[in-house]
Design a protein around this ligand. Sequence first.
Ligand SMILES: Cc1cc2nc3c(=O)[nH]c(=O)nc-3n(C[C@H](O)[C@H](O)[C@H](O)COP(=O)(O)OP(=O)(O)OC[C@H]3O[C@@H](n4cnc5c(N)ncnc54)[C@H](O)[C@@H]3O)c2cc1C
Length: 323
Amino acid sequence: MTELQHLANSSLRGTFSRDVPMSKHTSWRTGGTAERMYKPADLDDLLGFLRGLPADEPLYAVGLGSNLLVRDGGLRGTVLLLHGTLSALHLEMDGSVYAEAGVPGAKLARFAALHDLRGAEFFAGIPGTLGGMLAMNAGCYGSETWERVLRVQTVNRRGVVHVRTAEDYEIGYRHVMRIEDRGSRIEEREGVFQSSILDPRSSEFFVAAWLHFPAGDGESARQGIKALLSKRIASQPLNLPNAGSVFRNPPGDHAARLIEQSGLKGKQIGGAQVSEKHANFIVNLGAATAADIENLIHEVQATVERKTGVSLQCEVRIIGEAG
Ligand SMILES: Cc1cc2nc3c(=O)[nH]c(=O)nc-3n(C[C@H](O)[C@H](O)[C@H](O)COP(=O)(O)OP(=O)(O)OC[C@H]3O[C@@H](n4cnc5c(N)ncnc54)[C@H](O)[C@@H]3O)c2cc1C
């Protein structure tokens, strides 16, 4: 399929683009181009787009791209860009927070503080969208996204909407998989996800969630957010493009400690470097290719395994074709 014919004479209101450099949509600021990209105007528009989509069109959900490496050969198919859209955010009558998938973590944290709710502060430090945070069960400082979920709203690639609860998913540390999908589509080799059609582990993606936060006081929440952000500035290399922690922490240990112990701090391949400031971060020194980053990931995994016996698993998602 070379064209999405249904775009030409439809009433779709979103933005369609071709050959979009994914370096503009990933926090590592590198990677190949997406053949097609669709940014829906809103949820209804997204459903319309999906309903007209050919069944064989590869589809990728992308939020802020803060946990994503797109290989230099780019992506065949369509990226659904959900950042900067699907941004509804309001309090429901029952006191829960309804947020669409494009809402950034910082906005969610500030919204909860504004409404004197507590427990959303940690979202402020995660530079992702709610959709990406649900997909990753993102978390920090002892809190995780799914601890706050009452229900999620999902859409499948035919544009059918479902409301689901945590019982429908297997949820763990940086791990979320719909129970129905277990065993069907995972393709994980050497601790790295090799491909992705939508999320490689799900036939649906997230378009919204209802979250619950206990009553608190806005001022303490705002102070909490401030403290958390200062902690991050002090410990993370935020001045260079990165994707947060590259590897999951193995049970009872820290990936950063193992990487440092293996003598890898500052290790460089092309323009990619294991951060001097935080060993579980790989930074783009300016001209890193996705291949530089992926090769460095493999090098870190091999060295850490050789020196400590621990096999580090990738937390970042790697998708697309090799360059
Ligand atoms: C400086 C920095 C600090 C970070 N700190 C943390 C941290 O403390 N804790 C933490 O957990 N993470 C952290 N991260 C990683 C990242 O921010 C999180 O994983 C975040 O949840 C990714 O959200 P996103 O919208 O950018 O997702 P993307 O990177 O765009 O996508 C990530 C994955 O989620 C899938 N996805 C995206 N949207 C949807 C959707 N709507 N439905 C289904 N699947 C979807 C994508 O297909 C992809 O597989 C950090 C990253 C950076 C750059």
